[in-house]
Ligand binder design. Structure first.
Ligand SMILES: [Zn+2]
Length: 319
């Protein structure tokens, strides 16, 4: 645990430096976007719901994931923009409020599909540098053996960051920052300090199986560390908004973090001893962990792919 964290933190500078260079297929890959591809391509428009979370913050759900809306008194700030298919519906839900600023938690099409629409009407798009890189190029989805065309250039974030930062939107103080290799390699959180609401993107997954986009750098060890980082933000009253599913309490975040950390410990140990995803399945690593996985084979396949891609993080001799 500490070993993994220390390794990641000490390696952070190097990884961040490397990512500025368009290396191998690194910019052009995407493992999986469950729900995103289908909803984006089918054009189906499910009804959206808006839930008021605090005085200033609401969450639009069903887009197909969550869009966080901060009312600044002079328009709104969004975290994620929904899929392309739902962009107009998201805009309608805003009841005429102008989107001034949009943060993307990562590059997946179900979080960035509305970028062009809001950019064209004047929103400034903020994201981690690596998310910008992903949105600026075609990318490959190995699970489907297909290429996805880069979105229109308006979708590409214009304001980028690599570490942490602060901003002000109306009366609200905002903190944002990088979550290293948790779900992709460009994950970011946005914390609304005065409202005490934390938008965590797909790094937290109370409803769907946790997705590890290993082709884009996500893995279980990164996810466990990132969840520790999220727990370091705010206090016991902080409300957490995941990319999909209901608004969470800090206790729920802690429970999911404990599960992910336990699964990391179990699966990395088994991987160390030559076990495949099927072996892990057969040994029942996902049984009695307090959560039912919708597609356990797929999850463990992605876990092992992520462990393979990060084997140097173990410090052991993994063959
Ligand atoms: Zn995602």
């Amino acid at each position: 645990m500490n070993h993994r964290r220390n390794f990641l933190k000490s390696g952070l500078g190097g990884i961040a430096g490397l990512s500025a260079v368009p290396l191998l297929g690194g910019l052009a890959g995407c493992q999986s976007v469950p729900g995103a591809a289908s909803s984006a391509s089918s054009g189906r428009a499910a009804p959206l719901q808006t839930q008021k979370v605090t005085d200033r913050i609401s969450v639009i759900s069903g887009a197909p994931g969550n869009v966080v809306v901060l009312n600044t008194g002079d328009g709104v700030l969004l975290v994620d923009s929904g899929s392309a298919a739902q962009a107009s519906a998201v805009q309608k839900s805003l009841a005429g409020a102008r989107v001034r600023t949009l943060y993307n938690t990562h590059y997946h099409a179900d979080q960035t599909g509305g970028n062009p629409l809001f950019a064209k009407s004047g929103a400034e798009i903020h994201a981690h540098t690596i998310t910008k890189q992903w949105l600026a190029a075609d990318y490959y989805v190995p699970a489907d053996d297909r290429w996805v065309k880069a979105p229109p250039k308006e979708a590409v974030p214009t304001v980028t960051f690599r570490g942490r930062g602060e901003a002000k939107a109306g009366a609200e103080s905002i903190e944002y920052g990088y979550l290293l290799e948790a779900h992709t390699r460009g994950d970011a959180y946005v914390y609304f300090r005065d409202s005490n609401v934390l938008a965590a993107g797909d790094v937290v997954s109370p409803q769907r199986d946790p997705v590890l986009d290993w082709y884009a750098g996500g893995w279980l060890g990164g996810r466990a560390d990132a969840m520790d980082d999220l727990l370091g933000i705010g206090n016991d009253q902080t409300l957490i908004v995941p990319a999909y599913g209901p608004v969470m309490t800090r206790a729920q975040l802690q429970a999911e973090r404990d599960l992910i950390t336990k699964l990391y410990d179990t699966t990395s140990n088994l991987y160390h001893h030559g076990n495949s995803a099927q072996d892990m399945m057969d040994k029942g690593v996902l049984k009695d962990v307090g959560r039912v996985f919708q597609d356990p084979e797929r999850f463990l396949y992605d876990v092992v792919k992520g462990l393979q891609a990060h084997y140097t993080n173990f410090g052991g001799n993994v063959v």
